[in-house]
Design a protein around this ligand. Sequence first.
Ligand SMILES: [Zn+2]
Length: 168
Amino acid sequence: MNFKEPVAAALHSNLDGDDLKERPVDRLASFAKADRLGTLLWRLKYANDATCYTPALFLLVKEMEAERKDNFHFRQNCAKIALDEWLADKCISCLGSGEVMQESLPVPCPVCGGHAIVHYTDRDRARKLGITPDQAAKMSKRISNAQEIITNMDRKVNRTVAFNLEKI
Ligand SMILES: [Zn+2]
């Protein structure tokens, strides 16, 4: 099961019990046991809490630091790009549905290939950031590193919530 929506709803709840077997307070207790970066990412993306952006970016840069030594600003820029792309990952062409209508029939979206997620290329980034494709290519590996951390954290929160809810 995917806990993104129930946890996001619980973050906006008043913690009163309801007649569901699993109460918002249980979900929040399980959620609180996840990694700090993971909970910040979930609050930021799935509960639209913009105040989590800066602390999430800070922890993301810190996670990257543990792997390699390089210029702090370069690392921070790469982390910011990865975070921004993760936050706006829905395909614009199909609005994140993975399908478009063709002669009144739904067909897989030709832009995202039906995955509903947009993948940015070095060329896209160069255009968006006003840098050369060469500069974008240099950032590519570090952006992938940050993306990997985000993806792993995102999955890990779901596993932690699932694991702790089972114990209730
Ligand atoms: Zn699409």
